[in-house]
Design a protein around this ligand. Sequence first.
Ligand code: NAD
Length: 502
Amino acid sequence: MLSAEVHAIFTELGLAPPAVGDALRVEDPSSGSILAVLPMADRNAADAAVGRAAAAFTALRAVPGPVRGELVRQMGDKLRVHKDALARLVTAEVGKGIEEARGEVQEMIDICDFATGLSRTIGGRTMLSERPGHRMFEQWLPLGPVLCISAFNFPVAVWAWNAALAIICGDPVIWKPSLDAPLCALATQGLLAPIFANAGHPDALQIVIGSDTDVAAPMVADPRIPLVSATGSCAMGRKVGPVVAARLARSLLELGGNNAIIVDATANLDLATRAIVFGAAGTAGQRCTTTRRLFVAQSVLPELTRRLVAAYRQLGERIGDPRDARNIVGPLINAGAKARFVAAVERARADGGEILAGGNVRPGPGHYVEPTIVRVPDGRAFPLMDEETFAPILYVRGFADDRLGDAIAMNNGVEQGLSSALFSDSVRASERFWSPAGSDCGIANVNLGTSGAEIGGAFGGEKATGGGRESGSDSWKAYMRRQTCTVNGSDALPLAQGIRWD
Ligand code: NAD
């Protein structure tokens, strides 16, 4: 079964509609209606995909880097043409507002541009040898097939971060998308795989849609895959990480976040308010970088709280169908996510939290909830705040104006370490936030929020967020193997460290 909307989008993309089956029901989170019922791959199909990827690697690694970059350039061009239709599919399937969905596809285009440039600029260092007539250098070589496991909330962009870099590095990619978002993955694969088929590399990009036990887990354990790049919850990382480590392969883990904004007494409250609202309620609180905790200097706490409550009142009028650009808060992904929101709000109340805004589920079809602010009692433990509830709930707590260190300690006092932000006009405060005793997160922003990263920087977090880095800067290194090479141009054989062994 395939809905008329999905059929129309695939047709607009110039793709045959996906095969229908009876194994996987794909729900529209904004209405609860069924978008498609798809088949799922089994263990044998996953095994065959890994075999094809291993074969594809021997061909792809021999292709010059800039030629691989040209294929990635074509990926970006194709995505430019189809940006709007692909974004509409993202919106239909995961309920992300259409404007944010367009941003997600733009992120795919941006990483293709970035990787294309990188395909001509990746280089190794030359080091000075201590031995006469010797030269040392390092080179970077293709690694092998990459398994990319993606989460529902960035159903296509995070795959693109991986795929664009993997391809220019010479690595085929097998994509295991979230079972909450298989349609936009199938459409992306349908759009981009022909580029590789036309170039003689039909298995450079593959997709396998199947269950975690039958499909994902066997591929995670497969010794033919030297790199498993997995994005999702910390719980998922705790299962995947040890399996990859046990076979001494590489994992690149991008896991949960519990991100905080600190607002000190000098902060520009206009900027802070806008950033907090976008960070906490954007994508209905379903970004890994969503702002979930807010620590505010006591002297500005009443005013900032007043502004946030007023903004959330306006947000309440703009919850609805994410296809309509006037709505800026869409639904949660499914009924389970809505139930977790309800449970967290109930527990917040029971633990002494005061609901300052929102707190309710919207009646009717779809999984809509109100962006919620919880005022947490100062000075006592509030364990709920330490958990990542994947919903738009913002916990607010005060700190003494002259004790920024307390706020930084609270920022760091959770198991995750993804994103963090400080709003301050004080140079000394920002330097402290960035110091070794400052934020322990992979992302530390000043005077902007926790979410909305650009592809040019390395993206990822520390501690239980998994330590992986994707996208910009030197993240490409994860997809290659490094080789240190020394060549002796002399007619002697001196040993390093001056060792004599005649
Ligand atoms: P999830 O952990 O439920 O699933 C993520 C992916 O892992 C899915 O494809 C799923 O099928 C797969 N998976 C789950 N268990 C597995 C197992 N045992 N073996 C192999 N694969 C398995 O996460 P979700 O609900 O789709 O996404 C939300 C979570 O992802 C949040 O915690 C969010 O913070 C996190 N996330 C992190 C980043 C980041 O870059 N750090 C980005 C996006 C999302």
